[in-house]
Design a protein around this ligand. Structure first.
Ligand SMILES: [Cu+2]
Length: 160
């Protein structure tokens, strides 16, 4: 097929719900073979940064992340590598390859024993494969009643 026809088909598939940028072959692969090529790896030490803060996975049970319930300890640091305590940390897991999240859709961490550490219990991945974890960190300003918020996305691969 020529390039023009191929582009048209690709666009048609996009409008039918295939994530943008994905070619036909990948579309078939992702939807009919859930053991996709995304290979689960250890997530310990995984980091991601937003405009203000960095999150890092300090402990993970199980590791690599697996379908079902997962417990993580996350550290939050600022741009000076200083631990950020007394923040509110939430995460929304989302599988953009399929356009769905999980249940519950959002999780809120509890404060850990160490400064700047936060604990998520029973993060629930309903499928194996590629997930994007969108962390939201809210920190109360010391000077006024305002809140500073940062959003950070981390990609992981969940094992079966
Ligand atoms: Cu899925």
């Amino acid at each position: 097929m020529d390039l023009k026809t191929h582009l048209c088909l690709t666009m048609l598939i996009s409008t039918l719900g295939c994530p943008s940028g994905m070619q036909e072959d990948e579309y078939e692969h992702q939807h009919h073979n859930h053991s996709s090529e995304a290979i689960p790896e250890s997530i310990l030490g995984n980091q991601a940064s937003g405009e203000l803060y960095t999150v890092e996975i300090i402990t993970a049970e199980p590791d690599p992340a697996s379908k079902g319930k997962n417990d993580w300890t996350i550290s939050v640091t600022d741009s000076n590598n200083v631990a950020v305590s007394d923040a509110t940390l939430t995460v929304v897991p989302f599988m953009s390859v399929h356009g769905h999240g999980t249940s519950p859709s959002s999780f809120t961490a509890n404060q850990g024993d160490q400064a700047g550490e936060y604990i998520f219990t029973e993060l629930n991945f309903i499928m194996s494969g590629a997930w994007e974890m969108t962390f939201t960190i809210s920190v109360k300003e010391e000077t006024d009643a305002g809140t500073t918020t940062d959003t950070i996305v981390m990609s992981i691969v969940v094992a079966n």
